[in-house]
Each structure stands twice: as C-alpha cells, then as structure tokens.
Design a protein around this ligand. Sequence first.
Ligand code: FES
Length: 124
Amino acid sequence: MALYSEKVMDHFRHPRNVGSIENADGVGEVGNAKCGDIMKMYLKIDGDIISDVKFETFGCGSAIASSSMATEMIKGKPLSEALQLTNKAVAEALDGLPVHKLHCSVLAEEAIKSAIQNYYENKK
Ligand code: FES
C-alpha cells in the first residue's frame, strides 16, 4: 500500500488556498517544536462566516496537504463550525495520514484556532 493516499498527494501537488490575505480579519501562526515547521493562516470574516481563508507554510508535504484540506473544509462556514474542526477530521478527509505524520495535521487545526482567536481579540 502506498504511504500516502491519492487525496494527500493531490492536495500536496495542487494545494488549495495558498497565499496570504491583505487586511485579514484574523491571522494565526503556530509552530511544531519537534520538527520546527511553521504554519500561518489568514481569515477574512463576513458577519460570522469565513468568506476567505489562505495559508502559508514552512512545513512538510503532509502539513501542506492538511492545510489545503482544512481550508477547504472551513471556507464559507460559520466560525463556530470552524472552531470544531479537528485534525482527526482533516486526516479522515484526506483518507488518512501515516501515524508519524498526524502531528502535521495538528498544525493546520491549531493555526485555524489561533487565527479565529486573533479575530476575536481584534474585535474587542
Ligand atoms: Fe513538521 Fe510535518 S514534519 S509539519
């Protein structure tokens, strides 16, 4: 069996929502202490809805695929739903990740949560 699913390879080769958003409403940056990889997430928010999302990563292929999938999963969704997105759900949507690569999908989940938190802080 191949180490990576076709979906992982597809999102790795053709990542969706890569880049940054000028004047983003929320920005989150997180890192993984073990591998040293970094993930940055930008959100544009209209009312309660994530109208746009982009990511930049200095991370491995699994981190790229996870973020690509995660951004697709939260785009157009309410913040409350995005906050509930787990790395497990992202990994499942990718038809699985190797166990030693699951932490890469955590980066995507944490970056989204951090960007939403940043949005709420900016609003205060
Ligand atoms: Fe660091 Fe995948 S090895 S995010």
